[in-house]
Design a protein around this ligand. Structure first.
Ligand code: RIB
Length: 305
């Protein structure tokens, strides 16, 4: 059984710079240019779906500029079935992605057309039935809410990766089947702080009517919690971290691809944990998202350690 995966999210151009350390206010420092490549959490997740054996449809909005004109070319290059609204008055999104020698990153995103877009972008597509929908917080709430409603009307499943962190709209909560926050996003959503455990945070999220919660926690692994089941911690892979940018996107896309193949939540989470574990051993974003054959090999190597 292979379901289609529909990612609705931001597409933009990213300038990736590597630096020894991040600059202080008013300071100019030297760095190395890694690449100029398409990105955006939605696009990255769609690429991760495609590389991990899923069928990815991607819905976004672009502006009337050179980056917007390249959109379909990029979708073809990365194996994605792309659909977009062209907004004449907007610019295509762009991001400055800085990463340091410790593998940490700092990202500034100008959302451009993806800030201005309305739910009408969903009208550009033939919506597949029983699809898995991948949403993030780089699109307006109105678009995510409309996408989740369409998903439910067509017997689909909704995954929300609430990145960047902001509270989730109340109307959206009961429409979410899987919530995949990182630790900071999970705290923002629940309003919890201090000495709380992943179990407590996930339990609070379940009270919002969300049945499946996967909290990605970097070196602490992934907390997988399903309503009425005991939670489970999947340990992080043993790796040397080069760059963590886009690790969450790799996880979400790989997880969705596994669900589409009919795997259980735990199987999908274990695979996605290894896909993102492999991605952080590589610099960059697009070039770091692994292919299924690489992940399978990496799983064997991790098991032998
Ligand atoms: O998650 C990483 C992504 O966030 C980058 O590709 C950048 O485009 C930003 O949107």
């Amino acid at each position: 059984m292979r379901k289609q995966i529909v990612a609705v999210g931001l597409y933009g151009m990213s300038l990736l710079l590597n630096t020894e350390r991040f600059p202080y206010a008013g300071e100019t420092i030297s760095g190395e240019m890694l690449s100029l490549e398409p990105g955006g959490k939605g696009f990255n997740q769609a690429v991760s779906v495609a590389r991990n054996g899923g069928q990815a449809m991607f819905i976004t909005a672009v502006g009337n500029d050179i980056f917007g004109k390249q959109f379909f070319e990029m979708c073809e290059k990365y194996g994605i079935n792309g659909r977009c609204a062209y907004l004449q008055e907007s610019k295509t999104a762009a991001a400055a992605v800085l990463s340091d020698v410790w593998g940490e990153s700092r990202v500034i995103v100008a959302q451009g057309a993806c800030r201005d877009v309305t739910a009408q972008c969903l009208n550009f597509c033939d919506i597949p039935h029983q699809a898995i929908w991948l949403l993030q917080h780089e699109m307006p709430d109105e678009v995510n809410l409309a996408a989740a409603r369409v998903a439910k009307q067509t017997d689909g499943i909704v995954l929300l990766n609430p990145a960047p962190a902001r509270p989730i709209r109340k109307e959206l909560m009961p429409l979410i089947d899987y919530l995949i926050p990182n630790w900071g996003e999970a705290l923002t959503i629940t309003g919890m702080e201090g000495e709380v455990t992943p179990h407590q945070v996930a339990e609070k999220i379940h009270t919002f009517g969300i049945d499946n919660v996967l909290i990605t926690m970097g070196e602490q692994g992934v907390w997988v919690s399903q309503q009425k089941h005991l939670g489970l911690r999947i340990p992080a892979c043993k790796v040397h971290v080069e760059d963590t940018t886009g690790a969450g996107d790799t996880f979400c896309g790989a997880f969705a691809a596994c669900l589409a193949k009919g795997e259980t939540v735990e199987q999908a989470a274990r695979y996605a944990n290894c896909a993102s574990g492999l991605s952080v051993t590589r610099k960059g974003v697009m070039s770091a998202i692994p292919f299924e054959s690489e992940v399978r090999q990496f799983i064997l190597e991790q098991a032998a350690q």
